[in-house]
Design a protein around this ligand. Structure first.
Ligand code: FRU
Length: 489
């Protein structure tokens, strides 16, 4: 079957699964999910003809990872998204076992996708694979044709680089060149990123090993992204195999950023440390784009490899995070929810000066599809916080606890419902003695932005339908200086 026939087949497959009409309780309302079946990494996040496009790793035929297609959504504003037919399907000898992750760039009026063609060459998925870099183009942003010159990069650079693990090109235009940063590993399994450049997107010159891990930086770097942000050079990537360090790196794989020195002529990026982009459970393979206002927006896969995904019962799996605006202010990294999400706000409930002695629900503050902003003055409390998606009769809850003595916050999904449990903890520094929480709940997603975007914690949770309570608690008197809550629709 040629590419278009494969796409048509996928469209039919999606429609036939949609007809099965399963109950869908855990499907988010304002986060991107696939119409049915499995999604992972965001791909090709870009702007084309004044609209935002987001693609994603997609297996249209079941809620399991398998032969990768590219799913496709577009939006005028990054808030309201429309589903489009899949953009890429495996169809050629060089991508017969998957159109793996990649990115997009606008060139000469076309939207050009650069992706990794994957072929299994034997039974071991970790060793027996051939990965090459490919292009597909579109004039209407809807139908994509694979380039006749594919693959445009057919071998990993000889020498230090592992010959097979070589994927996830992130392409951008700068001065007279297109550049692409790729994820890879060394022959002895140290994560690294590679830099290429091209004048025409077809002939690529390998420039250098852009950066490589030292110490506990993982055996493979997936999905790198490289950009300038507020005067700093930033490398974002998803290292596999980083070991836990204190409270950090307890997920199977990590999404991190490093601030360093980029030399585009030499093709090097020097940095000392990297930091988690999210301190929760589920945020991986993020990709960024510049929006129409020049803001750097990041979206990540809101799930984690090998994690339980009870939504598979509903015949879909995986979601995207909210779009987050990245910035670096006075040397501090910030990650904030897209302000335009406010378009979805309905029925504001607002209170101020609420005193909590032990536990309390606040009238009108509840739900499973909401935005909640709370400013807490912990006063003398040692522990205080809020239970989300709570149910008094079953004890179900997703707990957020501030520990004043340790100045840490813990997101606890041990009692969140079905699905994975665990806790994640991170430091939080109060601002004038106040804790600022900005929380988004969307059926099976919880995102907690803290202290004006200094930190984010994200979790997938699978509560029962009746678990919609919000309950504040404390071991001493505290004041909820301000609470604002909206339904989102
Ligand atoms: C990251 C990743 C990429 C790869 C894709 C395959 O989650 O493993 O490196 O291209 O997923 O779906």
């Amino acid at each position: 079957m040629n590419h278009q026939q494969q796409i048509n087949k996928a469209v039919k497959g999606i429609a036939s699964i949609q007809k099965k009409n399963k109950k869908e309780y855990w499907r988010p309302a304002f986060h991107i999910t696939a119409p049915v079946s499995w999604m992972n990494d965001p791909n090709g996040f870009s702007m084309f003809k004044d609209e935002y496009h987001l693609f994603y790793q997609y297996h249209p035929y079941s809620p399991e990872w398998d032969n990768m297609h590219w799913g496709h959504v577009k939006s005028p504003d990054l808030v309201h998204w429309e589903h489009l037919p899949p953009a890429l399907a495996p169809s050629e000898p060089y991508d017969t076992d998957g159109c793996f992750s990649g990115s997009a760039v606008e060139a000469d009026g076309e939207l050009v996708l650069m992706y990794t063609g994957n072929v299994w060459t034997g039974p071991d998925p970790d060793e027996d694979l051939k990965q090459v870099q490919c292009l597909a183009t579109s004039t209407d942003g809807l139908r994509f044709e694979k380039h006749v010159q594919n693959p445009v990069v057919s071998e990993a650079p000889a020498g230090r680089t592992h010959p097979n693990h070589f994927r996830d090109p992130k392409v951008w235009r700068e001065n007279d060149y297109y550049y692409a940063v790729l994820g890879s590993r060394t022959v002895d399994n140290v994560g690294q990123a590679l830099l290429y450049r091209s004048e025409n997107l077809l002939e690529w010159e390998f420039m250098n090993i852009l950066a490589a891990g030292r110490g506990n930086m993982g055996y493979m770097w997936e999905c790198p992204d490289l950009f300038r942000l507020d005067g700093f050079d930033v490398l974002v990537m998803s290292p596999q195999g980083v070991l836990p360090e204190g409270e950090r790196y307890h997920n199977l794989h990590q999404a991190v950023y490093a601030v360093g020195d980029l030399d585009l002529e030499k093709g090097t990026f020097e940095f000392d440390v990297f930091h988690p982009l999210d301190h929760g459970f589920d945020f991986y393979a993020p990709q960024t784009t510049l929006d129409r206002f020049g803001r750097r927006i990041v979206i990540g896969w809101f799930a984690m490899w090998e994690s339980d995904m009870p939504e598979k019962e509903e015949l879909w799996a995986g979601a995207m995070s909210l779009p987050r605006v990245l910035s670096c202010e006075a040397g501090r990294w910030k990650s904030r929810p897209l302000p335009e999400m406010a378009d979805l706000r309905r029925e504001e409930v607002k209170r101020s000066g609420v005193i909590i002695e032990d536990e309390r629900q606040i009238e009108g503050v509840e739900g499973n599809c909401l935005e909640l902003q709370v400013v807490i003055d912990p006063q003398q409390a040692e522990q205080c916080g809020v239970d989300l998606l709570a149910n008094e009769s079953t004890g179900e809850k997703t707990k957020l606890v501030y520990n004043a003595r340790e100045q840490k916050i813990t997101l606890d999904r041990e009692k969140s419902g079905t699905g994975p449990g665990g806790t994640r903890t991170t430091d939080v520094v109060l601002e004038n003695g106040l804790l600022h929480l900005h929380i988004f709940i969307d059926h099976s997603t919880v995102e907690v932005f803290m202290q004006g975007g200094e930190k984010v914690m994200s979790a997938r949770v699978y509560p029962a339908e009746a678990s919609t309570g919000v309950r504040f608690f404390s071991d001493r008197t505290i004041e909820l200086v301000e609470i604002r809550k909206w339904k989102l629709s």
